[in-house]
Ligand binder design. Structure first.
Ligand code: ADP
Ligand code: MG
Length: 258
């Protein structure tokens, strides 16, 4: 679908607190390049905070996050905080796509304009070329006919497929999905998961997907990370992690989600 070099992600002993509330309590896991990792866990366990830390939308208190060769956040023993320069951070972010629960499309722009905004404004690429690519991407998510419509004219499932296409238009090396199907009516979930499934199979982009869709996690991911109360309770192949016998928390999560 797209040609991009994908990046590995290393998360090592990451801590993050909001005031007195420690939300990430030493989170570590590794995502090899060109693989799909699903992050599961109860609400409030720190999954969104983790994704935002990887994208450096929020600073972490300590620990190390590495995306490819770039260190995103690190605190030395002496308390010195190291991070990328603003310029490098900006460049790094351009390589990371993010898909949110609530789509976050520009409502006053057409679907096509949503897709070409980043490539044209941020990457400075030519109009004709970016529009051609955008139309190809829209076709690949089954929305070729919607290029000139506005997000408000589309269903939630269609908007989310546009949001995925928009993320892909930047040719990201890593895409972070934060519960991309949680805001959708049940009958619209399948069309979005199908697009994500195809992306996982066809592209060479590293994907980290926070989701409650157990079937997606089982079928599509190379690895499942189960978070509970700010720590990684278990990680590894889906069939090992999503075993109700593994822990009481995983058992109760599986029972509530099916
Ligand atoms: P999840 O995505 O797994 O539901 P979150 O990462 O959204 O979990 O939240 C984890 C915890 O951090 C929750 O207790 C939440 O209230 C708290 N939290 C998240 N964002 C903020 C914030 N910006 N300020 C204060 N507390 C926050
Ligand atoms: Mg969340």
């Amino acid at each position: 679908m797209i040609e991009a070099t994908s990046q590995s992600v290393d998360v090592s002993d990451v801590h993050k607190r909001y005031h007195h509330n420690e939300v990430l309590k030493g989170v570590s896991f590794h995502v090899p390049a060109n693989t799909v990792t699903s992050v599961l866990g109860p609400s409030g366990s720190g999954k969104s905070t983790l994704l935002r830390s990887i994208n450096r939308l929020i600073p972490i208190d300590s620990g190390l996050i590495r995306v490819g060769d770039n260190i995103i956040g690190y605190e030395e023993r002496g308390g010195k905080y190291y991070e990328l320069s603003d310029r490098d951070l900006c460049r790094q972010r351009q390589r990371i796509g993010m898909v949110f629960q609530n789509f976050n499309l520009f409502p006053h722009k057409t679907v096509l304009a949503n897709l070409v905004e980043g490539p044209q404004v941020v990457l400075g690429r030519p109009k004709r070329e970016t529009e051609e690519e955008a139309r190809e991407l829209l076709a690949s998510v089954g929305l070729a006919a919607k290029a000139d419509e506005y997000p408000g004219q589309l269903s939630g499932g269609q908007q989310q497929r546009v949001a995925i296409a928009r993320a892909l238009a930047m040719k990201p090396e890593l895409i972070l999905f934060d519960e991309p199907t949680s805001a959708l009516d049940p009958e619209l979930v399948g069309e979005v998961l199908d697009v994500m499934r195809r992306l996982a199979e066809d592209s060479s982009t590293t994907m980290i997907v926070v989701t409650h869709e157990i079937a997606f996690a089982r079928d599509v991911s190379d690895q499942v990370v189960f978070m509970a109360d700010g720590v990684v309770e278990a990680s590894g192949p889906a069939r090992e992690v999503l075993d109700p016998e593994r822990s009481p928390r995983i058992k109760s999560f599986l029972m509530r989600s099916t």
